[in-house]
Design a protein around this ligand. Structure first.
Ligand SMILES: Nc1nc2c(ncn2[C@@H]2O[C@H](COP(=O)(O)OP(=O)(O)O)[C@@H](O)[C@H]2O)c(=O)[nH]1
Ligand SMILES: [Mg+2]
Length: 445
């Protein structure tokens, strides 16, 4: 197969001290040697050199580093040209490389090549993107752990275990006396239990890893006009949602990524919950509110404090028990000082004046921290969680009786579990999936 030589600027756009052009592929040396003034360096030795354009005119000076295949990021010949960080200079260099036979790399193509040449698995490729996108030091560390294989090694261990159990079951089918041997069934059952426990604990860690990389989801729900949109704007310190005294203003859910006390949080403002809704748009909005609630890590159920005692339907008791719910009373500013003193315990705020917001943030961050953040050992994605669930579901229903009665069915379930686990590292991934993952990278990575 003919492999293209690719080129891209590897540093972010704009001006800076250093800008790097990276080349990878079989023609990398041929292309780069036309553009440097000095003799071509040995592998992994930085060399100071002039950089020339196609006519041999000097356009910059800097360093060239050559990585001989397969000891490079992509596994191919890789050359890095460290120049001054000026988009004109870097653009000129990329253009010259293309005239000499390279082509511009697609987003993530360097990492894709590293994956295809077997230098890293798909989990690690995703971790590279997560590392670059990480929003907190914890997210950085957990992406680093995935990159180092903390997640992949555990998945690999479970793949071997599922295969081992399947081989034993298949061997027993051929020698059916073994299946009737109670000792055999007990042994398989023990291995099965141990595997399920291990997978479930890995699933928990992975789910926490997803939260760290994608941010915690905080949903603000409640009746119309409670001040949900105003609270969102307050928390993210920008006028993202429309605030209005007209009930039913927020119809679509509004997602805003922000940081609360340095933790990445996705705050979702929702359409107010009420019945007898005429408008089909608002009905759809309320449907979306419930969909957002299903995915929440924490729900703030916001109530207007002045509505207490009024006969309004309370939806809070009926919310699905998917996440912790904080009941928060808003519009504290409307109470007289005397009534404020009588209010009892609970979380009281005024989205308008800002009163109580600092302690609300404390409570939010505390509940994220206590629940998950500390335990995120590695970064993970929704895709991994889905695959782990698939593996668990495949073998979850296997019972002791069915092992002895139908070992071939149990073996088949184990085969399915192995396949689901293999999807995580990308052993048998489809081109669609790969395209989807790598296209989300930045160019030059
Ligand atoms: N006095 C007072 N009014 C508020 C407060 N929060 C929201 N409001 C008002 O309540 C109305 C509804 O607010 P909005 O954020 O649109 O409520 P939502 O329907 O829950 O999103 C608006 O007129 C806001 O100005 C508050 O803390 N104090
Ligand atoms: Mg609103």
């Amino acid at each position: 197969m003919l492999i293209d030589t690719i080129v891209a600027v590897a540093t972010p756009g704009g001006r800076g001290g250093i800008g790097i052009v990276r080349l990878s592929g079989p023609k990398a040396i041929e292309v780069a040697s036309r553009l440097v003034g000095a003799e071509f360096p040995k592998s992994r030795v930085a060399k100071y050199t002039d950089f020339l354009d196609l006519d041999g005119n000097k356009i910059d000076t800097g360093l060239i580093i050559f990585f001989e295949a397969p000891n490079s990021y992509t596994g191919e010949k890789v050359i890095e040209l460290h120049m001054h960080g000026n988009p004109i200079i870097l653009g000129e260099m990329v253009r010259a490389c293309c005239e000499l036979g390279a082509r511009i790399a697609r987003p993530g193509e360097f990492t894709e090549r590293a994956f295809r040449s077997g230098k890293i698995d798909l989990l690690q490729a995703e971790a590279v993107a997560d590392l670059i996108a990480a929003q907190s030091i914890k997210a950085v560390r957990s992406a680093q752990n995935t990159l180092e294989g903390h997640f992949g090694n555990r998945v690999e261990k479970f793949i071997l275990q599922t295969q081992e159990i399947r081989y034993q079951l298949e061997a027993a089918i051929d020698f059916s006396d073994d299946v009737c041997d109670p000792g055999f069934t007990v042994k398989i059952c023990e291995a099965h239990e141990k595997l399920l426990n291990g997978l479930n604990s890995l699933l928990l860690s992975a789910a926490q890893g997803v939260k760290l990389s994608e941010g915690f989801k905080l949903v603000i729900a409640g009746p119309p006009n409670a001040g949900k949109s105003m609270l969102l704007n307050r928390l993210v310190q920008s006028e993202r949602a429309i605030v209005s005294s007209e009930a039913g203003t927020t119809r679509d859910s509004i997602n805003v990524d922000c940081r609360l006390r340095d933790i990445p949080v996705q705050i979702i403002d929702t359409a107010g919950l009420r019945e007898d809704v005429e408008s089909s748009v608002e009905k759809e909005g309320i449907k979306r509110t419930y969909a957002a609630i299903e995915k929440a890590d924490l729900i703030i159920y916001l109530k207007d404090i002045t509505s207490i005692g009024r006969a309004v339907r309370d939806y809070e008791p009926d919310l699905p028990a998917v996440a912790k719910i904080l009941t928060v009373y808003n519009k504290l500013d409307k109470l007289s000082e005397a009534t404020k003193l009588e209010r009892g315990s609970g979380i009281f705020i005024s989205a308008l004046s800002g009163e109580g917001l600092a302690s609300l943030e404390d409570v939010i961050v505390e509940s994220f921290d206590a629940s998950d953040n500390e335990h995120a050992e590695f970064s993970a994605r929704e895709r991994h969680v889905i695959a782990l669930k698939k593996a668990i579901n495949a073998i979850n229903t296997i019972k002791k009786d069915s092992i002895s009665a139908n070992p071939e069915l149990a073996a088949e379930d184990y085969r399915e579990a192995t396949g689901a686990l293999q999807e995580i590292g990308g052993e048998y991934s489809t081109e669609d999936l790969l395209g989807d993952i790598f296209s989300k990278f930045c160019i030059g990575k």
